[in-house]
Write a protein that binds this ligand. Structure first.
Ligand SMILES: [Zn+2]
Length: 174
């Protein structure tokens, strides 16, 4: 680790009950998106779109791992896990999750997310935008199943769908 770097852990989020006794743990989604898209703007300008996407995916993965450790725990029963995932995503206002496919032994899942916090309502673009979410879901699955996953967003609000659809596949070494 470089000097001065703090690494990442859930503890960095801090004690919200102590720090925000009046405002509490929530904020407006505009402010979350303001941070996300201004950060994306700077990264794209300085490093290009491909690298910005990669960094968002990597950050999402780190976040997903911490999220799974903190809020989901290991996958023991698939139906119970899916229910926990749906409830937690809803409780934290991330999105409304549905599972279209779930095959743990094959290592393949298809998720849809409605009202996604990153992209629902955005203007249409020529590409799927939810790179952070791709990493986030990959990090969650990796942590909960113990196997590495690659997640690809195949439909997005931004490409004219009204939901985001993510295909998750286990990464098998050649
Ligand atoms: Zn999306």
């Amino acid at each position: 680790m470089q000097q001065g770097r703090r690494g990442f852990s859930w503890e960095m989020i801090g004690d919200l009950a102590l720090g925000r006794p009046n405002l509490g743990p929530t904020t407006r989604l505009e402010i979350y998106r303001l941070m996300q898209f201004s950060l994306r703007h700077v990264l794209e300008e300085q490093l290009g779109t491909e690298m910005a996407d990669r960094l968002f995916r990597e950050a999402g993965k780190t976040a997903g791992q911490a999220f799974a450790d903190r809020l989901l725990g290991p996958l023991t029963s698939l139906s119970d896990y899916v229910r926990r995932l749906q409830t937690t995503f809803r409780e934290y206002g991330i999105g409304i999750v549905r599972i279209e496919e779930a095959d743990l032994s094959k290592g393949r899942f298809v998720f849809t997310v409605e009202e996604d916090m990153d992209c629902s309502g955005l203007p249409e673009m020529d590409m799927e935008i939810c790179k952070f979410d791709e990493g986030f879901l990959a990090g969650i699955l990796e942590r909960s199943t113990g196997r590495p996953y690659r997640v690809t967003e195949v439909d997005c609000w931004c490409t004219g769908e009204r939901i985001c659809r993510f295909v998750a596949e286990v990464v098998t070494e050649p």
